[in-house]
Design a protein around this ligand. Sequence first.
Ligand code: ADE
Length: 272
Amino acid sequence: MKYNVKIGIIGGSGLDDPDFFKDATEERVKTPYGDPSDSLLSGKLNGINCVLLARHGRKHSISPTNINYRANIWALKHLGCTHIIASTATGSLKEEIKPGDLVILDSFIDLTKKRELTMFDKDDKVIHLPIEPPFCSATRNIIIETAQSLGIPVHKTGTAVVIEGPRFSTKAESNVYRSWNADLVNMTLAPEVVLAKEAGLLYASVAMATDYDCWREATEKVNVANVIRVFQENVKKITTLFIEVLPKIAEKNWDVEIDELNSLIQESVQSK
Ligand code: ADE
């Protein structure tokens, strides 16, 4: 094995609990893009080397637009991560994806407007990265198999529309996303997933539906209180899944996936 697996976990709320997070060290990483959302916590979870990063900061004080996605990804790469598994709260656009359900995302539609979209804007370089598939299929499959073995129901695929926020959508917007056959709506997946791929990191995301956004007549419209309540009621499923998935990821040889991604990045860069 050429690469030692180290797994970055973004948004894994509760995983920094010293009961399962061992040998923890905390580091403020300086990056060429400024400061990450918070200090990064390195340590062992279920025996596997991991780095934890709170996407909105540990006090949840950074809005989706103001998250320094580039610094976050750069810092995880700098600390030696090979993978990122992320969790994210989302609104459901489909009747069958119920609040509390988990979705292993496989695509996204980026409607964000005010974000830095690439790390390749220095040194006279331009990148045109083929983003499809945006998520690492092998990592996704391990997450799906682990969820099945734990009896945690998951939707095996899902497309998330990423909006700029911080406001939620209008019913007209929500119905447009539904007409596109999108499954979920969210504020933070892009450009995180794109930057991870640019950085050569194998990225997968477990989305939790916390609400039915605002399209469904029979349900209360999305608001912060119901997002937080449903997330907290169901977060144990994500923490259990993440803890169990780590050794499954770590036991595989990832040389082929990482080498292929690095070649793709090299082929996609042009000098100005
Ligand atoms: N995060 C959780 N629920 C959401 C929604 N309905 N829209 C955008 N982001 C969300």
